[in-house]
Ligand binder design. Sequence first.
Ligand code: SF4
Length: 280
Amino acid sequence: MKTVYLCSICNISSGNCGEDCAFCTQSAHNNTKIERYRQKELKDIIYEAELAKKSRAVGFCLVTAGKGLDDKKLEYICKIATKIKKDISGLSLIACNGTATKEQLKELKKAGIDSYNHNLETSKEYYDSICTTHGWEERFQTCLNIKDAGLKLCSGGIFGLGESVDDRVSFMDSLQELQPDTVPLNFFHPNPNLPLENKTVEIEDALYWIRYARQKLQNSVIMVAGGREITFKDRWTEIFQAGANSIVIGNYLTTKGNKPNKDIQTIEKLGYKIAQNCNK
Ligand code: SF4
């Protein structure tokens, strides 16, 4: 029986990012209407972590907008991780805080972070077309740092940015080289204020690339993350037949998701098991 891993994400520092990633509503270069705040209060994060646990998430991801970690951010995230690990049992903690050195990642690990998310986003060849303020190579390097620091690696990307089939193949080749523990596949969520074509990925196309990822990355958890609802609509459970075995439940960073209970009921009706912990 297929086991489905649920993960919940928490936007602990939102918006005002100086980078110019074309797909991102949190970039200050893109004039989007989103909530912006520097640091979410610890009590609110704990509340969300408890809610995630009740919603049967096994992973809880602490996400900050911005290029990468600095001393202040590192201290803030370590404080949150320590508190969650002390108060809530059984949640695997993921940090997603941009570029990071091996030393910074080791600090996070010491504080209780289990896994670090840093997406390659797209192919090495196409990256400059969607971001000009930093390069793909440093993203790849951070992924290597994550592994070197002894954290689990969560790395994937996003489809629907105008990339070619060759770009997608190259992106998958790079992921294969990294062998992430988890590969989040996002599908572009159009927004009229983003400098990209205002359209979603076709369902059949999206399912093809999930199947491709499943074959290419046989030891990784394949997670369908942002854009699931808007891309697949009422056909979203087909992602599991295509090879996905994980989803993000609840809301995303700046867009709303389905109600977790509704998704869980649907998954269980199909006869799939909801994972009780992150162990494969
Ligand atoms: S670095 Fe992250 S938060 Fe900043 S614009 Fe790029 S994707 Fe968005």
